[in-house]
Design a protein around this ligand. Structure first.
Ligand SMILES: Nc1ncnc2c1ncn2[C@@H]1O[C@H](COP(=O)(O)OP(=O)(O)OP(=O)(O)O)[C@@H](O)[C@H]1O
Length: 234
């Protein structure tokens, strides 16, 4: 579904991604792990087209999306849930979901009702300002808003950051159900090893702007591997 070859990008003249190559099959959940500052968020931004590729190629299905604008990538089925969630705090939960429908031709109310079936916790909160939700509820809202755009591949950046454990479990359950029911594909950037291990089929390790290794979820229990390649204490 996604094939990335030799992708390079950076900020101004500072190179951050130095030739990233990997591929994702339809229905797969792929985790990306790495030290702080290794380029995980930069990779997701480059895949969405928020940062231009300086070289390399990104194929999404049969489409070469390397140079096309972000809104066209979204229309082709790429969805993005940014780090920090970036919901609209002054808009209600329902209005936030309406924003997610902007690229869609269907009936807005039907799209939102359909998505809310997977997010029962949001149903009683529809009239509440997004900024009045807890961090976990905001994360669920950000994922639900993304799904209103009917993505085939979702890029999810550090969804557990600053969120209490009970809602982290709920996010895991929600994403597992989505995978089972809708065959969603996902690239997940995370620092929470339990979270990434329970959702990912394969985990790619990013070091200094390249993918250096692929590990199975079970290998994240190996403290020496985690310390050497990921730098997170278990
Ligand atoms: N807007 C920017 N301008 C210049 N440099 C940036 C910018 N955003 C990020 N960087 C730098 O790019 C590098 C990669 O950042 P990135 O956010 O992709 O890392 P990350 O692996 O997602 O880290 P974290 O786990 O801390 O979110 C870092 O050195 C960072 O300081």
């Amino acid at each position: 579904m996604l094939d990335v070859r030799g992708l390079r990008t950076g900020y101004g003249r500072i190179p951050i991604l130095n030739g990233v190559s990997f591929s994702v099959n339809e229905g797969e959940f792929i985790g990306i792990l790495g030290h702080n500052g290794m380029g995980k968020t930069t990779l997701l931004k480059a895949l969405m087209g928020f940062l231009p590729a300086t070289s390399g190629r990104v194929m999404f299905g049969h489409d070469d999306v390397t140079t096309i604008q972000s809104y066209r990538r979204a229309r082709l089925g790429l969805g993005y849930v940014p780090q920090g969630r970036e919901i609209f705090p002054g808009l209600t939960v329902y209005e936030n979901l309406r924003m997610g429908c902007i690229t869609q031709d269907g009936v807005e109310g039907d799209i939102i009702a359909n998505v809310l079936e997977e997010f029962p916790r949001l149903k009683p909160l529809l009239d509440r300002p997004g900024g009045a939700l807890s961090g976990g509820e905001q994360q669920l809202l950000a994922i639900a808003r993304c799904l209103c755009g009917d993505p085939r591949l979702v890029l999810l950046d550090e969804p557990t950051e600053g969120i209490q454990p009970s809602i982290i479990d709920e996010i895991v359950d929600t994403l597992q159900q989505l995978r089972a029911r809708s065959g969603l594909t996902m690239i997940l950037v995370e620092q929470n090893l339990d979270f990434i291990a329970s959702l990912s089929q394969r985990i790619l390790i990013i070091q200094k702007g390249t993918i250096t290794r692929e590990v199975a979820p079970g290998e994240l229990g190996d403290a020496s591997l985690v310390g050497e390649f990921i730098g997170i204490a278990t």
